[in-house]
Structures are given as structure tokens and as C-alpha cells.
Design a protein around this ligand. Structure first.
Ligand code: AMP
Ligand code: GLY
Length: 423
């Protein structure tokens, strides 16, 4: 089969790595890809926001199946456009991608179908939002309703900060995404990322992971897209996985089907595990980044066959094999991230680092320039490793990092600390 993978991050490098091992694959193309992906796939510079161009490319290149990595094209309806053109794809329709594209939509769905999440309100103006805030006793989180590239969530410490967050959203800090604001109760507990594959009716649990959202060691500093992850997440015991499936994932898949907008693709639940069990923080309707990097290192069955089954409605009976190993991935980011950062700095030593035992390097924001690997993004590399324990995977990943010569970048030195602390 000829596959077109859309995206350019570490998630897509990991997906390309898993897809490239599929016996079903004949040709893998990635748009736009990055320096690491170019070792596994042909990279093409398609404007993936331009749906007619993507369709024309698929027809011209005889693409059999399109795998859409990021949320942007999904929420914009690339899947629907492909489907209308008779091209198979992996991911949700535009209507189903609202589970990620509108936080208010998801909160209402949780309310209507009894799915556990924090109390909330949805607002279209400052006055109504502030009036709600005045009536809330506990801590709150203020969120722009729409897609804001991971930046639309503000966790205020005081009422004044919460009011400022409301003002910022409505004053356009997150563009159109902030035209509606969701205020929700702050949830206490330990976060985990949970993934399940659905074909619209059936649903199969994938694996669990834990991300590290803050930029600094010890979970300090600004929120980021994720500075590292490992899988499995010890907090997701088999009982907690069962509860997540029966209380959150299956009811959501059933609700979407009942509404006539069945969810096909990967449903990524951001969970808070507290004293009452799992509560939904948010859904994403795509694979997580950097969680996918660790999931793919543990997946033992053919990824392409699984994605095809989800797209074709034949997920029933699918069994996925996962390695008992732990996988851990450390994000190397450009100095300054998540604030302003320099682009174009050179990275050396990647080949030496890749030789470390159990290590796999995924590129997140790189390009090749005159044979040199250059940083082109905020999150740039995912140094990933497998090990029998989280401590072993962590030691291996950091041994590889210590071989990388990149003065323009940094990483957290404590990825996996919760799990290491438990063992
Ligand atoms: P999101 O982009 O919705 O995943 O939010 C980013 C991060 O903000 C999450 O990973 C959590 O760490 C935090 N967060 C969001 N909503 C809540 C909540 N209701 N309670 C506690 N933390 C939250
Ligand atoms: N790692 C969180 C996300 O992909 O949104």
C-alpha cells in the first residue's frame, strides 16, 4: 500500500518508524516530514491546509491510505474532504474531531452522558464568565474553547489572575479559539494519558503513558507541549484502565455514534486520577506527542493493520501486543522554549547517541542543511529508550543525550521521576 502520513513532529517520526515495519507497506510519503523522517519516508512539501492540493497529490501518486497526525487538519475537515474524494484515511471526521476542537462541546457531552469530569461553565462574554467565577468556591482553570496549539489553558492562583485570564481570552490572546471560554474546577490527582482506537462502534484500549508538561525539573516553570513521557504509567493499574474504558471511553464512543457522528481514529484521554478515580481533563482526537514515541517503542503488532481496521470498521477482535518493557522519551528543546527560541542551530553527535543500547531517536523539529542537522522548532528531538524498568530506560536515554553536542538546546533531567520513585 502507498501511505501518506501528514505531520512533521516526533509523533509522526514515531508513526513513520512503526508504519515502515509493516508488511502491508509499499511506499511511505510524509508531508512535510523532517530530517529524521526523511531516513524512512519520502518527504514532500505539501500545504496540508490546502485540501484540494492534498487530494490531487493522493490521486496523482496513487495514495491508498492517509494517516493524519496533528489535530489542525482533522478539525478543519481534511478527513471529510478525503472521504468525499474516495480516499481512505485514518482519523475522525470534522464532526467527531470536535471532541478536541471544542472544549465546551466535550464538557456538554460529559454532562449529557454522565462521564466524570470537573464542574464547568461555558461563556461568550467577560461579564457572564466573571459572574460565574464569583460564585465558585474552589480553584478554577480557564480555557479557550478552541484549538490554541496547547497554549489556551491558564491555571490561575488567585481570583485576580482568573479574571485577567478571562480578559486575555476574550481580548484575543488565543485568537478565534478564545471567542468562547470554559471555566472548570481544578482537579487534584496524578495525570495520565490514555489511548484507545475506535472504528466508530468497537473500541480497543491501546496503552497508557505519562507526560511531563512543565518545562523545568520537578514539574516547575511554564506549561509546554510535553517535555518527556514514559509508558506504561504505573498510576494506570489494570483496575484504573477498566474504569477508564467503562466510565469514559466507551460512553464517549457510544454517545458519538448515537448522535450520528461516530468517532473513528485514536481517542486520547487526558486524565486526572484522584481519590474518586479517573476524571476527564480533555480529549484529543489524535495521537499524543511525546506519548506516541513511547507507545510505538512498545507496540509489537502491525500499526498499519490496526489503523486500517479502525478506518474500515473492522476493529472487532483486533488484538494488540505490547512489550513488557518500559519505554521513556526525553524531549530536547531549543533554548528559550516554550518562549521565544532561536532556530537554525546545528546538532552534532546524533549517530553516536543512536548507538547506545536500547535507544531510538525521533526527530521533532529538524531539517537537513548541507548535510547538517539543524533545529527548526521548539521541541526538536525525542531521545527515547526501552528498558526492563523505568530506571533502566531513563539511564539509557540520558546516556544517549550526553553524547549529543547541541549547545543550542536543553532537556529536563528527571523524566520518569514519579515512576522511578515508586519502584
Ligand atoms: P490541556 O491542554 O487541557 O491538556 O491542559 C494543559 C494542562 O493543564 C493539563 O495537562 C493539566 O496539567 C492542566 N489542567 C487542565 N485542566 C485542568 C483541571 N481541570 N485541573 C487541573 N489541571 C488541569
Ligand atoms: N502530550 C500532550 C499532547 O499531545 O497534547
Amino acid at each position: 500500500m502507498n501511505i501518506l502520513l501528514i505531520g512533521s513532529g516526533g509523533r509522526e517520526h514515531a508513526l513513520a518508524w512503526a508504519l515502515s515495519r509493516s508488511p502491508l507497506l509499499s511506499r511511505l510519503v510524509c508531508a512535510p516530514g523532517n530530517a529524521g523522517i526523511s531516513e524512512l519516508a519520502e518527504c514532500v512539501s505539501l500545504d496540508t491546509g490546502d485540501q484540494p492540493t492534498v487530494i490531487a497529490y493522493c490521486r496523482d501518486q496513487k495514495i491508498d491510505f492517509v494517516v493524519i497526525g496533528p489535530e489542525g487538519p482533522l478539525v478543519a475537515g481534511l478527513g471529510d474532504a478525503l472521504s468525499a474524494a474516495g480516499i481512505r484515511y485514518f482519523g475522525p471526521s470534522k464532526a467527531a474531531a470536535r471532541l478536541e476542537g471544542s472544549k465546551g462541546f466535550t464538557k456538554d457531552l460529559c454532562r449529557d452522558f454522565g462521564i466524570p469530569t470537573g464542574a464547568y461553565g461555558r461563556f461568550h462574554d467577560k461579564a457572564a464568565a466573571k459572574a460565574y467565577l464569583a460564585g465558585v468556591t474552589g480553584r478554577v482553570v480557564v480555557k479557550a474553547d478552541g484549538l490554541a496549539a496547547g497554549k489556551g489553558v491558564i491555571i490561575p492562583e488567585t481570583t485576580a489572575e482568573a479574571e485577567a485570564a478571562i480578559d486575555a481570552c476574550f481580548d484575543g490572546a488565543f485568537g478565534a479559539a478564545g471567542a468562547e471560554v470554559v471555566i472548570e474546577a481544578f482537579l487534584d490527582g496524578e495525570e495520565a494519558s490514555f489511548f484507545a482506537l475506535s472504528d466508530g462502534a468497537e473500541v480497543v484500549a491501546l496503552a497508557t503513558a505519562q507526560d511531563h508538561k512543565r518545562v523545568g525539573d520537578g514539574d516547575t516553570g511554564l506549561n509546554t507541549g510535553g517535555m518527556g513521557a514514559y509508558s506504561p504509567a504505573p498510576v494506570m493499574t489494570p483496575a484504573m484502565v477498566d474504569r477508564t474504558m467503562s466510565e469514559i471511553i466507551r460512553p464517549t464512543i457510544a454517545a458519538m455514534a448515537k448522535r450520528g457522528t461516530p468517532f473513528k481514529g485514536v481517542l486520547f484521554a487526558g486524565l486526572m486520577i484522584g481519590s474518586e478515580g479517573p476524571k476527564l481533563i480533555e480529549f484529543n482526537t489524535r495521537f499524543g506527542d511525546p506519548e506516541t514515541q513511547v507507545l510505538m517503542l512498545r507496540l509489537e503488532t502491525d500499526l498499519l493493520a490496526a489503523l486500517l481496521a479502525a478506518a474500515d470498521g473492522t476493529l472487532s477482535g483486533l488484538k494488540l501486543g505490547w512489550s513488557a518493557d518500559v519505554a521513556l522519551s526525553v524531549v530536547m528543546a531549543a533554548n528559550g522554549y516554550p518562549g521565544a527560541y532561536a532556530k537554525g542551530t546545528e546538532i552534532r553527535g546524533l549517530a553516536e547517541a543512536a548507538q547506545c543500547e536500547g535507544v531510538q531517536i525521533f526527530h521533532a523539529g529538524t531539517a537537513l542543511e548541507n548535510g547538517k542537522v539543524i533545529a527548526t522548532g521548539g521541541r526538536v528531538l525525542n531521545i527515547s529508550a526501552r528498558g526492563r524498568t523505568v530506571a533502566e530506560a531513563q539511564t539509557r536515554a540520558y546516556a544517549a543525550i550526553d553524547r549529543i553536542d547541541w549547545p543550542g538546546g536543553f532537556c529536563r533531567r528527571d523524566i520518569g521521576w514519579r515512576a522511578v520513585g515508586r519502584s
